[in-house]
Each structure stands twice: as C-alpha cells, then as structure tokens.
Design a binder for this molecule. Structure first.
Ligand SMILES: [Zn+2]
Ligand SMILES: [Zn+2]
Length: 312
C-alpha cells in the first residue's frame, strides 16, 4: 500500500482504494494520488488527472485521441460513472487535442474563450471545438459532491491558460507552467517569461495538497505521484537563477552572442534538458531582456468577464 505524506487526513477506505494499475493494453499507467484523484500517463511525457466524484468523473487534459482513449479505458476499469467533463488547459495542439473521444463518451469539453478563439483560427488535426467555452477570471463547475475551480490567471503561456483546483479533494492540475526536474522547454515557445514568474508566485497562494503537472521529469514511478508546491518554487527559482547568470556574464563583459555558451547552472545539471536546452533557454531569455517581453496581449481575459462564470 502506498502512503503519501502530501495527502492529509485520508480515510482508511480511501487509502485502501489507492492502486497502481496498468491499462488493459499495457501502455497506460495510472495511480490514485488522493481521494478519488488519479494521475494518468502513457509514459510519453504527458500527464493527465481525473477525479471520480459521486455523480461522475472530471478529466483534466486530453492531449491526443490516443492518450484520451487510453485514459477513458482506464477510467472504465475503475468506475462505471459517466465522464461528465473533460477540461482543456490552453490552446496548444499538443494539449488541446483528443477532446472528441470524451465528447463521444458523453462528456462536455471545456475551454477558456481565449483558447477557443485561437483554436477556431488554427484548428489542429486532432482538436475539436469545446462544448462549453467560458471567459473571465474564474468559473466553478459542480459535479455532485465536488467543485472544479477554473482559474484564468492572465497571460503566461499560450492563450486562455487555465489552472484547475478541486478543493474538496485538495487537488490541482498545472499544464506547462510547472515542470518538475526539467529546465524550460527548448526555445521557451509562447511563454511570456515575466508573466510566467508572476503566475508561479500566485500559484503558491492556491490551496492544494497534491497536483498533477502535465510534464514531469521526475523518475517515472515518482512522476505518477504528481507534483507539489516545492516544484512551483523550483520552477520560479530556475528562471530567477538563469536571468541572474545572464546578467552576470554581461556584467563581466562577455559578448552578447557568447553568453548562451558561457552560462552554466551546475545546480540544475541533473534536470532533464540541461545539456540540450540550457543554451536555447538562455538565448530566449536574453532576447526577452533585449527586445522586451513577448508574446504580449492586452488583458482581454478580464474584459470578457461579463459573460458566464466570470466573477472576478
Ligand atoms: Zn503549451
Ligand atoms: Zn506541454
């Protein structure tokens, strides 16, 4: 039996229900990380979460039809309750695809208006329009005895990036914003780095005992346990340390274009992507420091808060 110190006050029955199981096809892998809260991965670097409530199941992040189908198969091994909602975090194709699998299973797919607007203009090969498009800063959706809280925290990465919490279960889901044990992704695409840092600080104000992070480079068995507040702190610290290292090189007189090869952060040498991506991370952050922050958008999420669910 597993016991996780991050989970508070778990009932014995819930603890006994915790399980690790491989999906029927042997490719999926899921683990109970809280009371009816499960992480799910196909072992390909993408992690979803699902929560089983009394009146149905909530799914967080579908990724692709293949990933979604395997997750649905796994859910069906655990419960015959209907999947009520499949939540998309943001606009990018590598996250917002596969929703049709859950629509076909009777679920309502949900996405922020800013993400929906982008996907309508740039449909992916495996993406489907969301059934429920919300706008504003915050929305709650009740599923029987749980409430799912949807938070749009302003620009940080992509469009309409939504952070999810399930307060009754002490759970949260973070896509792309918190990536345990990994440097920033390659050229840090579509991140406003300063706004990302602000968001990470705000994530620390959220109440949660356990979270699932969409990309988690902890050892595979550990990654199935999800991520924690400490990983939010580490993600933010990496950005702070990289910026300081860049400024230190420039201060020393290292020529601008020689800085990426010169910057070293040995305290992160064990992180995934350190050898391949640190120079890319560095150059990306330098262009941001040199040109000004990008991408940048007016705060249109707040402007649309008059519509349903926006109760900033
Ligand atoms: Zn993304
Ligand atoms: Zn991602």
């Amino acid at each position: 039996m597993r016991s996780l110190p991050t989970i508070r006050a778990m009932g014995a029955a819930a603890v006994l229900g915790w399980t690790t199981l491989a999906a029927a096809d042997g490719t999926g892998n899921t683990r109970a990380i809280g009371d009816g809260v499960y992480s799910f991965t196909l072992g390909e670097g993408n992690h979803s979460m699902f929560v089983i409530a009394d009146e149905g199941v909530a799914v967080f992040e579908t990724f692709s039809s293949r990933h979604a189908q395997a997750m649905l198969d796994t859910i069906r091994e655990l419960t015959d309750k209907p999947v009520r909602y499949a939540f998309h975090s943001h606009n990018h194709w590598d996250h917002a695809s596969g929703g049709q699998v859950f629509r076909d299973a009777g679920a309502t797919t949900v996405m922020h208006a800013l993400a929906a607007e982008w996907l309508a203009a740039n449909p992916g090969r495996d993406s489907a329009p969301a059934d429920l498009v919300w706008s504003g800063r915050r929305k709650t959706i009740d599923i029987g005895n749980i409430t799912v809280e949807l938070l749009y925290m302003g620009m940080n990465h992509g469009r309409g990036m939504t952070v999810f919490t399930v307060p009754e279960r002490g759970a949260a889901y973070f896509a792309d914003l918190v990536n345990p044990n990994r440097v920033m992704f390659s050229v840090v695409p579509d991140f406003n780095i300063g706004e990302w840092e602000r968001t990470l600080t705000e994530l620390l104000d959220l109440e949660f005992d356990v979270a699932v992070c969409s990309h988690n480079e902890l050892p595979a068995d550990e990654a199935l346990d999800g991520c924690a507040r400490a990983h939010v702190v580490q993600e933010r610290q990496f950005i702070i340390d990289l910026r300081a290292a860049i400024l230190a090189e420039l201060e020393k007189g290292t020529p601008f274009m020689a800085v990426p090869a010169a910057v070293r952060l040995p305290q992160y040498a064990s992180w995934a992507g350190y050898d391949q991506w640190l120079e890319m991370n560095t150059l990306r952050l330098m262009t941001d420091l040199w040109m000004g922050p990008f991408p940048w958008y007016p705060d249109d999420g707040a402007d649309k808060s008059r519509t349903d669910g926006g109760d900033r």
